[in-house]
Write a protein that binds this ligand. Structure first.
Ligand SMILES: Nc1ncnc2c1ncn2[C@@H]1O[C@H](COP(=O)(O)OP(=O)(O)OP(=O)(O)O)[C@@H](O)[C@H]1O
Ligand SMILES: [Mg+2]
Length: 263
């Protein structure tokens, strides 16, 4: 069965797009078929973060019923994705509320194990359409107390929509005194904590370069966190590769970008 996962947040800039792409790459490394969808049509970043320039079909075409969503995924470095258009003209005359019906169609035939929906921040129309289109929610947040209100509001809205699967991921952990630890966050947010990702400026470099951190620094702590979260999500036992296995993978070329695609 295809699992549709909505990646949402209260505030902007907490790392949703970074998370969506890198969790997609991590799941792919675990042998899962994944497509990442840019549902942030007002400020789309997915294609840029993936360093993808050559794509002809966007989610906006799908919203205008010009293209069947099943023919819209495109590929960059082995990752399937559906970009949103960066052209301002494409923002008008699209029906974001129809996302759910398109995503249901994309689930047809179970081509993908995971469909990751990268949302706009907050609880506006775009985010609500993501909440309505997904089966599971991952709320991305920094580990700080003020976000408690955002998490609670989103969890409440999600539950009104009928969601039972609500997880939180703590991003940009700096291990400061003022930060919530995972256990505290679990208690305060009254929700499951899927995992934590450390703060690392290299992620910003990788974003600026349009090379996801899972490719740019596959052996970094951040990439390891993504692997752990992906494994948890997929119900797979993940074991960190030993130094010897890392060398063996390097020799076999398994640490390189997987261009095998979905043919
Ligand atoms: N673990 C991390 N450590 C350091 N920087 C990070 C980390 N994760 C993401 N970032 C950086 O934070 C910035 C914002 O990330 P991103 O665009 O993914 O956030 P977003 O939640 O999708 O934003 P928006 O709400 O505007 O769509 C980027 O520059 C990215 O490189
Ligand atoms: Mg984003």
């Amino acid at each position: 069965m295809t699992r549709v996962i909505g990646v949402v947040s209260g505030k902007g800039g907490v790392g949703k797009t970074t998370f969506s792409i890198n969790i997609g790459i991590a799941l792919r490394k675990l042998g899962k078929k994944v497509v990442v969808v840019d549902c942030n049509v007002s400020t789309p970043h997915l294609a840029y973060y993936l360093g993808a320039e050559n794509y002809s079909v966007t989610l906006n075409d799908v919203f205008r019923d010009e293209v069947d969503v099943r023919f819209s995924p495109t590929e960059a470095g082995g990752v399937m994705f559906i970009p949103s258009s960066e052209d301002l003209n494409d923002i008008l005359n699209i029906d974001i509320a129809s996302l759910r019906s398109h995503i249901t169609k994309l689930c047809d035939g179970e081509i993908f194990d995971f469909i990751i929906l990268d949302s706009a921040p907050g609880l506006g129309l775009e985010a609500i359409s993501v909440l309505q289109a997904c089966d599971e929610i991952i709320f991305v947040t920094k580990p700080i107390i003020p976000t408690l209100i955002d998490v609670t509001r989103c969890a409440e809205l999600a539950s009104r929509i009928g969601h039972k699967n609500f997880h939180v991921t703590l991003n940009m952990i700096r291990n400061k005194k003022y930060e919530l630890k995972a256990l505290q966050a679990k208690g305060l947010f009254r929700t499951r904590i899927l995992g934590g990702i450390p703060f690392d400026e290299t992620v910003m470099d990788s974003t600026a370069l349009g090379i996801p951190i899972m490719w740019y620094r596959p052996e970094s702590k951040v990439s390891e966190s993504y692997m752990k979260i992906a494994a948890k999500l997929a119900g797979i036992n993940y074991k960190k590769p030993s130094a010897l296995e890392k060398i063996a993978n390097k020799l076999k070329g398994q640490d390189k970008v997987d261009f095998s695609g979905f043919s």
